[in-house]
Design a protein around this ligand. Structure first.
Ligand code: E4P
Length: 214
């Protein structure tokens, strides 16, 4: 499973990239707004740091506006992927952007049927949101598992399953077990994935023993 970091904070991207296992980045309008910076500045900075795909989301809600934004953002860097919402307008935009040779991440996916539509529209990635389904009492990861199973039934589907709205390390483990192609993970969750008290205690005792013997 590949790792993307889900952030528009350039410092977090730099720190994730420094670990050496970062495969890409996803942003969304809320994350960019939180950064307090202009979208283009954020995207250019991130694309300079990361070789893998960088998802940039449109804010238009109608197909024509999505196409205008998507085509413009795709010119900013070769690794920009356009994120469109899973609405009828978004799916139409996905179809046309992929015809133009632009990579598309269809976001805000909450059901396997929505994922089937995105695949038919030629999406590069489908982003099922796990945490937001959990928030309303639905088992979010089941949606990822079902989408992976359905896509596996059809050789012609090339859309990759990108587990999104990941909130904690257990979600990452479950996404890997579900055979998701990618998980997009907030930076603080990546940091939590390193943590285990037995690692800290083991290191401490190894170093104590070593130092005692010197
Ligand atoms: C996906 O690409 C979104 O940016 C993100 O994963 C949403 O996560 P949230 O539900 O924690 O806001």
């Amino acid at each position: 499973m590949e790792f993307f970091v889900d952030t528009a904070d350039v410092d977090e991207v730099r720190r994730a990239e420094d670990y050496g296992f970062l495969d890409g980045v996803t942003t969304n309008p809320s994350l960019v707004a939180d950064s307090g910076r202009e979208l283009e500045d954020v995207v250019l900075d991130i694309c300079e740091m990361v070789e893998g795909p960088v998802s940039v989301e449109v804010t238009a809600t109608e197909t024509e506006g999505m196409l205008e934004e998507g085509r413009r953002y795709a010119e900013w860097a070769d690794n920009v992927i356009i994120k469109v919402p899973l609405t009828p307008d978004g799916v139409r935009a996905c179809n046309r952007l992929t015809d133009d040779g632009i990579g598309v991440n269809v976001t805000l996916c909450f059901s396997p049927n929505q994922a089937l539509l995105a695949a038919r529209a030629g999406a590069t990635y489908i982003s099922p949101f796990v945490g937001r389904l959990d928030d309303i009492g639905h088992p979010g990861m089941e949606s990822v598992e079902t989408i992976v199973d359905i896509y596996d039934n059809y050789d012609h589907i090339e859309t990759e399953v990108l587990a999104a709205s990941i909130r904690h390390p257990r979600h990452v483990t479950k996404a890997a077990l579900a055979d998701a192609d990618v998980a997009t993970v907030p930076f603080d969750v990546i940091e939590q994935m390193f943590q285990h008290p037995k690692t800290d205690l083991g290191l401490e005792s190894f170093l104590d023993d070593w130092n005692d013997a010197q």
